[in-house]
Design a protein around this ligand. Structure first.
Ligand code: XIL
Length: 298
């Protein structure tokens, strides 16, 4: 196959990118998007601050434009993200306790309900674990509503969109470490107790190296009975960029339950890390060596 999406489809996987509805009208950008990718995720437009700018007042404009583009072009959609400590609207940041918990549940019901039937996988909860060696939860306004907030979010999302795969998504989980093990223990507990969880997303915002146990880490989660997905892949440009992209791609393909890879933007100039030139296309839309290494590995 000669494109990322078609190559990934040969093994039943998708190859996606983060995008913004404002970029769809840029012809150079849209040419690459529509040629190479068969999955998209909203870089920002399905987050809490974008979708519920005032309490119980919803704005689905950007998300609806992205979903329509995906449908028209045969792409699947990842939903990102229902609940997160960051990019909350100001009104939610100032809530606590049961008022915040109720607002979270209403947000999930309204957003997952609006997009019901159109989302392949939802990042129900994003980045709830702490960095470092504790293996525990991140302190946040959501965490302070009670440790059960994550399972409540997953149960609520399941009822609101029974057909979406429900994912937990996080970063700095690129190998077997205290943070990824904390998440692993939560997923195992959820599976044991019947809390609905279907997938774990590994953001994979990488620097100039990759842990040797990247694949083994994906595999141990898959062995719990969940799908795994590479959800926000980007890699700092250095001498190893192409080989690190290749390693990630080969790891996903080697894990039967790794169902797809998403890069966090198309051209280096589109990236939230643009100073590090971390993507597969340069600012002129030319394919970089990393592109060829991914295509060859798929
Ligand atoms: C980033 C976007 O790329 C930026 O445009 C925005 O300003 C901040 O958020 N982890 C995530 C993503 O889950 O939502 C973040 O996206 C990058 C880190």
């Amino acid at each position: 196959a000669s494109t990322l999406g078609a190559a990934a489809a040969q093994s039943g996987r998708y190859f996606g990118t983060a995008t913004n509805s404002s970029q769809l009208s840029n012809a150079a950008y849209a040419t690459i998007l529509n040629r190479e990718f068969n999955s998209i995720v909203a870089e920002n437009e399905m987050k809490w601050d974008a979708t519920e700018p005032q309490q119980n007042v919803f704005n689905f404009g950007g998300g609806d434009r992205l979903v329509a583009h995906a449908r028209a072009n045969g792409m699947s959609v990842r939903g990102h993200t229902l609940v997160w400590h960051a990019q909350q609207p100001g009104w939610a940041q100032s809530l606590s306790g049961s008022a915040l918990r109720n607002a979270m549940v209403n947000h999930i019901n309204q957003v997952a309900g609006h997009f019901r039937g159109q989302i392949h996988s939802w990042d129900v909860v994003n980045e709830a674990f702490a960095d470092g060696g504790s293996g525990g939860r991140r302190d946040s306004n959501l965490q302070r509503t009670g440790n059960d907030w994550i399972e409540v979010a997953f149960r609520t999302a399941r009822a609101a969109d029974p057909n979406a795969r429900l994912c937990y998504n996080d970063y700095n989980t690129d190998g077997i470490n205290a943070k990824s093990t904390g998440i692993y223990n939560m997923v195992r507990d959820f599976k044991n107790r019947g809390v609905p969880i279907d997938c774990v997303g590994f953001q994979s915002h990488l620097g100039t190296s990759i842990p040797g146990d990247y694949q083994a880490n994906l595999q141990r989660f898959a062995d719990l009975g969940v799908d795994v997905q590479i959800t926000e892949l980007d890699v700092a440009q250095g001498s190893n960029q192409a080989s690190i992209y290749e390693r990630v791609t080969r790891a996903c393909l080697a894990v039967t339950r790794c169902t797809g890879i998403t890069v966090w933007g198309i051209r280096d100039s589109d990236s939230w890390r643009r100073g590090e030139n971390p993507l597969l296309f340069d600012g002129n839309g030319n394919k970089k060596p990393a592109y060829q290494s991914v295509l060859n590995a798929l």
